[in-house]
Design a protein around this ligand. Sequence first.
Ligand code: BV8
Length: 237
Amino acid sequence: MISDWRFRRGDPIVVLTGAGISRESGLDTFRDIGGVWSKVKLEDVATPEGYARDPQQVQDFYNARRAQLTEAAIQPNAAHRALAALEAEWRGPVFLVTQNIDDLHERAGSRSLLHMHGELRRVRCTACGDNREEAGAVTIADVCPKCSAIGTRRPDIVWFGEMPYGMDRIYEALVDCELFISIGTSGTVYPAAGFVTEARAHGAYCLELNLEPSHGASMFHRVLNGPATELVPRLVE
Ligand code: BV8
């Protein structure tokens, strides 16, 4: 469908994804009914203050979500695969910025990928900065394998009030892109929710694919509503 439009193969594309693209893979979104923030208070588990108050509660929250990624039922879906195919076939820059901390985009084959809110499968040491893959559970008694500090290993996740990763690179891509596609995000969390404004201000065509109109839907030139596993493959075919 993209190729039906005025875009030439090779025009730079920026794609932003949120929790909605992983919903049909079995991972909860945050703000839908029954979502993550309906089961635990954001302030307790996704802020530096919450971590300072009760670090083990935060470790347990992320340990459970990390363990879920290894369940056989949790697999990339047709939307993740379609974005990987777009990157392989478009012959131009397709830069995928995800708010998600799961690993489904890379498992689907996406390579030009930035996890702006961090990655569930990475843990970093607040004493020495060591940052490495971690498939198992982390506790407050953990010893840093690099500097031997105790209890300094935290999830490599961007919490509220912390600076997201890759912001300079993201804004450069938003200035240059011809097409900005937002998929499966409610448009609630900044700075990601403001990317459409930046892209539109620099002349990009802005397209939203979401189960329902997001908070920022009015900023998009076109909004398509439906499940990602239906909309994204159709967009890419
Ligand atoms: C920062 C942790 C600055 C990881 C998360 C203005 C400008 C800048 C900042 C702010 C601002 N206003 C307020 C702020 C502060 C704050 C913020 O935005 N607060 C909100 C609540 C108002 N932002 C920050 O703190 C950010 N940091 O700006 O730092 C700074 C400057 C200088 C120095 C230091 C700092 C940090 C934000 C990141 C926080 N971390 N999570 C984790 O545990 O996962 S955010 C959290 O929300 C998740 O990471 C998630 O990725 C993100 C966005 O949620 P969505 O992905 O959109 O998920 P949601 O459930 O909301 O929506 C799902 C959508 O999918 C729905 O629309 C649904 O309809 C749709 N859907 C469902 N099923 C399907 C579907 N779509 C398609 N198909 C389906 N099948």
